[in-house]
Every structure is written in C-alpha cells, then in structure tokens.
Design a protein around this ligand. Sequence first.
Ligand code: CA
Length: 225
Amino acid sequence: MQILVVEDEHSMAELLKRTLQEEGHQVVLADNGREGFEIARASRFDVIVLDVTLPGMDGISVAKRLREGRNQTPVLMLTARDAPADIVSGLDSGADDYLTKPFSIGVLLARLRAVSRRGAIPRPVCFEIADLRLDPGSRQVSRAGTALNLTPREYQLLELLMRNASRAVSRETILESVWGFDSEVTENTVEVFMRQLRLKVDNREPKLIHTVRGFGYMIREPKEQ
Ligand code: CA
C-alpha cells in the first residue's frame, strides 16, 4: 500500500516508516498538518496515518478539509491516550478509525489492514453473486428474490465475504472486522456464526459460501458446468 504518515514526533515518524516499509508498504512522511494536507491532496494514497496534535494544522482539521474536498482516502487517526474528546472529534471529522498512543505495532498493522479494506473499495450500489444480492445502502439481503432475515453480525459477515468475493477471507480477518480487536471472541464463534449464516444464505443450490480448510471462508460464483 501507499501510506502517508503525518506525524511531527521525529522518532515516532521514523519508527512508523521503518515498520511499514518492512511490511512492504511505501511510505511518505509529513511532519506538519499543512504539508500533510497538501501531499494528501496532491497524490493518491491507500491510507493516511494522521496524528491529531500537529503544528501548522491539527489532524482533525486535516481530515475535515480532506473530506470537504471529497478526498475519501481512509484515515487512521493517532490520538492522545487520555483525550476522549479527540477521539470523538476525530471520527466526526471523517477519520475511519483511531488508535490511542501508545499502541503496539501489531495493532497498528491490523487496524491499517481493516481501514484500507473498508475504505479502498468504492462502494457499489449492490453486491451480487449468482442470485444472492446484498444492498449496503439499505442492508437488505435476498436470495432468488426472497428477502433473508439476517442478524446484524450475520449481515456484517456476509458483507465482508461479498466485498472480498472469490478471495479467501481468513478467520482472523473475520474476527477483526466483525468483532473488533479487543473482543474475547474466539475463532470458534466465527464458525458458529458462519454455520448460521450458511443455513440462511445457502439453503438452496448452488452453494455460494465455501470453507477454505485451515484458513477461513470464501464466497464465489458457482463454477461453470
Ligand atoms: Ca504530535
């Protein structure tokens, strides 16, 4: 991914840059809000990691101005530990997620993956696989024209799979995306929910949801005969 990191603390910025580069990402650094805003506006990034307290223009204003300019690049905001107000205004300003300092690199990487998955794909009007149809706008799901009654979790699960159609989605990714990082939920729970979901979605042929053994699940068009 192309990642813009806007962070004025030199050591933190360098640590982020090195870690993200080790993960195979391309990183551009900006050490103040105004520069970050200009760079974000001028080129395309997959994700912006944006500190809140910045000289020049704070992170909240940067995010707000980007959104006002119709820039929809996913933003992961870095906020101070004891400032819930920062978090609220960060999310209100258009950030997609936040991380409170100090944070572990593992959590940062996982959040980046989640944020980029949510944001990088432009939202189509509807997802369709064979006769299964999911409308993210109204959160309606139907199969062969019959509405399916899904719980919110089941819906989230199905939307995640459909956004990643024909790609295997790991149980770990499902846990992170549907339940979040801090939850006590185990991969067993994923299996239970997936079984419920399949009963509702795949109660007819052809089956669309497939188990990828030892990894996770995939939804895809039925194979041509
Ligand atoms: Ca700062």
